[in-house]
Design a protein around this ligand. Structure first.
Ligand code: ATR
Length: 301
């Protein structure tokens, strides 16, 4: 017999999604706030959904009365066309959070789409003593995919001088011009990763380096796009990869004597916390969520 009545279903959709830490993190938050028990009990699950099935999955989730979803690789861009997206998510070109507005009865015709990735990254950096205000900072972002799009949007909007460096130069150029088009004061620049000399030059002038590519992620733990001799000690280095926690890039930063070195857990937690706030209207227990993620990562190693 099923003892527990789950009333509110949340989850993450993506492919692959089995190793996502969002279920551990969000269920810890529900438990902490007493929301995982009782008549209105909430649960957060992971669902593997391919690109071809995305439309069916979202219509199904809506019909079944799901409360909210996170969207991850490779569905963030495509999900835009299946939701009513807020203006910022449209400009970024990707959605990572869907709110079904209370389910079937009285809910919106489609889910409402948001993007909380960039808010998370901006908050992480602003909290770092060695970074502070983003305005006027020279930010070098590696990557031009979904994560880079969201992060660069928020940092450029906050007055950061953004340069996008990407393996596929055209993608960097497209992102830079998208930022310049959508943000009045942005003067984003683009760079290919083909020339090490040019990358070195940019790094000399940069205040903040962010890896928003998947380079260095397990199982390619030894990979990095930037090594110690390319860094100066006043640079802040932030890697969005959290698997492993100590990426090769962060090891190189430590070798270079960089004072501000930030791993990817906080960004994961802050984007999740922002999603939680959208869905529940409640203040998320950020510390509990971060501990749940760090403990789960430790158990994995
Ligand atoms: P996400 O949504 O996580 O950003 P994505 O859209 O697939 O995922 O983007 C992945 C990013 O990592 C891209 O910027 C990609 O570069 P390309 O645009 O040239 O594909 C970058 N990336 C992945 N593997 C890389 C590698 N081995 N070297 C350099 N960049 C890499």
């Amino acid at each position: 017999m099923v003892k527990k009545m789950v009333k509110k279903i949340y989850g993450i959709i993506g492919d692959p999604v089995a190793h996502s830490l969002s279920p551990v993190m969000q269920n810890a938050a529900f438990e902490e706030l007493g929301m995982s028990e009782g008549k209105e009990a909430a649960v957060y699950l992971a669902f593997r959904v391919s690109r071809d099935e995305l439309g069916d999955a979202l219509r199904g989730a809506k019909s079944l009365g799901f409360s909210g979803l996170n969207v991850t690789i490779p569905l963030k861009e495509k999900a835009l066309s299946f939701v009513d997206a807020e203006e910022v998510a449209k400009k970024i070109g990707a959605v990572n959070t869907i709110d079904f507005g209370g389910g079937v009865v009285g809910g919106a015709a489609r889910g409402r789409g948001y993007n909380t990735d960039g808010i998370g990254a901006k908050r992480v950096l602003e909290e770092e003593e060695g970074v502070g205000e983003i305005k006027g900072k020279r930010v070098l972002i590696l990557g031009a995919g979904g994560a880079a799009r969201a992060i660069s949007f928020y940092l450029a909007a906050a007055g950061g001088e953004v340069t996008i460096a990407n393996r596929t130069r055209e993608r960097a150029a497209e992102l830079a011009s998208n930022l310049n088009l959508n943000l009045r004061n942005a003067r984003a620049r683009a760079l290919g990763l083909g020339s090490t000399a040019e990358l070195k030059k940019q790094l000399k002038e940069a205040d903040i380096l962010i890896n928003a590519t998947s380079v260095g992620m397990s199982p390619n733990e030894n990979a990095t796009l930037v090594t110690a001799e390319m860094m100066h000690s006043d640079l802040a280095v932030f890697d969005i990869v959290y698997n492993p926690l100590q990426t090769r890039l962060l090891k190189e930063a430590n070798l270079a004597g960089v004072k501000t070195v930030v791993d990817g857990v906080k960004m994961l937690v802050y984007q999740g916390a922002a999603s939680f706030r959208i869905w529940t209207g409640q203040e998320p227990p950020v510390e509990v969520m971060e501990n749940a993620v760090r403990n789960a990562l430790e158990r994995r190693t």
